[in-house]
Design a binder for this molecule. Structure first.
Ligand code: CA
Length: 222
């Protein structure tokens, strides 16, 4: 998933990055209202973590602008422990949840998972499409209720494709997830896609290639 962190305190921003990246997310961060606002006008994210006290404005203004445009990206606001007014205003403006500082990383992770789940209208953390299921808490994938023994990169790939099932997962996102941000051979990703295709043979699911864009996990129809 692609997360946006808007936080001007470098220590908190860093701990958010460190906590969220290993969960398989790509985390982008901005420290000001202006930068975050510009990013949000051009780009879409799966979740926004929003600090309210920014050096050049109030995070609530950013939230208001977002909702005014009809953007329904889930927003988790980060507030001071005693900032009850902010919390109420934030929720009124369309924030989905809040986290009071200082927060524990376990609480952060749980809130983020719950918001992502809610935004995808899933009732539990498991991702499913047809006969395929992935449990992110256990890191286990199964096909027709039988565990799939997958090496780490194939498992990451499967998880990302399932998270975006029915829509295209951008190629760049998959490459960053699998290989980090280093230089990647042009067909490195294809190697893993083709391994996964073999495993999904006769499962009723397929991975379609969209040239220059990415891949889509979908159900085969007829
Ligand atoms: Ca702040």
């Amino acid at each position: 998933m692609r997360l946006l962190v808007v936080e001007d305190d470098p220590l908190i921003a860093r701990s958010l990055h460190q906590a969220l990246t290993p969960l398989g997310n790509t985390v982008e961060g901005f420290a000001s209202h202006a930068e975050a606002g510009a990013a949000l006008r051009h780009d879409s994210f799966d979740l926004i973590l929003l600090d309210l006290g920014l050096p050049d404005g109030d995070g609530l203004t950013l939230l208001g602008e977002l909702r005014e445009r009809g953007d329904t990206t889930p927003v988790l606001i980060l507030t001071a422990r005693d900032g009850i007014d902010d919390r109420v205003r934030g929720l009124d403006l369309g924030a989905d949840d809040y986290l009071a500082k200082p927060f524990s990383l376990a609480e952060l992770e749980a809130r983020v998972r719950a918001l992502l789940r809610r935004s995808q209208q899933r009732s539990d953390n498991r991702l499913r499409l047809g006969a395929l299921c992935f449990d992110p808490a256990l890191g286990v994938a199964s096909l027709n209720d039988e565990a799939l023994e997958l090496p780490r990169r194939e498992l990451c790939l499967l998880e990302d494709l399932l998270l975006h099932a029915g829509s295209i997962t951008p190629r760049e996102m998959l490459e960053n997830r699998l290989f980090g941000f280093g230089v990647v051979g042009s067909n490195a990703l294809e190697v893993y896609i083709s391994r996964l295709r073999k495993r999904l043979k006769d499962s009723g699911l397929r991975i379609r290639t969209f040239r220059g864009l990415g891949y889509r996990l979908e159900e085969e129809r007829e």
